[in-house]
Design a protein around this ligand. Sequence first.
Ligand SMILES: NC(=O)c1ccc[n+]([C@@H]2O[C@H](COP(=O)([O-])OP(=O)(O)OC[C@H]3O[C@@H](n4cnc5c(N)ncnc54)[C@H](OP(=O)(O)O)[C@@H]3O)[C@@H](O)[C@H]2O)c1
Length: 323
Amino acid sequence: MPQIPLNTPFTAASTTADVLHGVDLRGREAVVTGGHSRLGREVTRALTTAGATVTVAARNPAQAAAALHGLPGVHIEQLDLTDPASIDAFATGRIDASRPVHMLVNNAAVMFGPQRRLDTRGHELAFSTSHLGHFHLTRMLLPALREAGNARVVTVTSGAARFGAIRWNDLNFATGYDPVAAYAQAKLANVLFTVELDRRFAGAGLRAFAAHPGVVIGPGPHSWQVLDSYRAQGLVDEHGTTVIDPGAGKKTASQGAATIVFGAASPLLDGIGGVYLKDNDIAVLDDERRPVTASSIPTDANSAMLDPEQARRLWDVSEQLLA
Ligand SMILES: NC(=O)c1ccc[n+]([C@@H]2O[C@H](COP(=O)([O-])OP(=O)(O)OC[C@H]3O[C@@H](n4cnc5c(N)ncnc54)[C@H](OP(=O)(O)O)[C@@H]3O)[C@@H](O)[C@H]2O)c1
């Protein structure tokens, strides 16, 4: 599918309510990983408001329940994306109950861990959570996704995918761990996974999207540990107040979640898949080398993140890692 914008009626400032206006999701079932915090919670709220039933998959269900405050239309189930047995149990329960999944939102992640951390199988935690866990979960849920007839899988990525690299010879950062490089590798993996998932299953009616939400730090107050970094990135002003500037990618939670629910449910994407979304549209493809600075991070698509050969290779490697 060409990475060409549709010129949708939405903008970077559009909210989940704008994107889902007139979209009736009654009778549709969604699974949202980490659907109880920041962007995930907003996705859960928006999909249930439009009528969907949402299963929030959380590693700590009690904490998730507290965060969701009894939101109607929500079920909470245990899922730890770094634990294969937990993923198997979650997916098996779903398949055994013969409940279709119309929308799977692979949202959960760990971001910029200052120290290198490994899961119990020795996989670096950002890659394990964002990519391997969601790869495993999606494949386990395939029967439920196929049963839905026209399901969508939205994997939440980041503009960081643009400057990420897959370290084929050292996926787990045995050497040279860097929090940004680890996050960018995981987020690039999210896009490559989307490309190959769509290639494999579009014919069966399952379409896949990668969605960049923009930068969402929440309303604050922000802890003193992050304030200097947020100031350097122009994310807060001199008083520590969150800057909202959607055109520059700095968004409210609803504006950030909008691109995710656009991928999950907008009829404008019917018949499309395997693309990277940004600002409630298919992102522009821009292969110019653009500098990444503290205050300006390019987030358009590039050809490297959509490379079908790299996407196939990552699929094969991921299968081997999970075998
Ligand atoms: N916020 C941004 O500015 C931004 C920008 C670009 C992309 N994104 C992407 O947007 C998505 C959501 O970001 P966010 O800012 O809303 O993140 P967040 O508030 O930090 O939430 C991350 C979620 O992932 C869950 N999680 C972490 N490890 C897990 C595991 N092993 N198993 C199951 N769940 C796990 C967390 O659960 P706990 O509550 O148990 O910790 C939490 O619910 C991520 O994919 C992120 O990469 C965010």
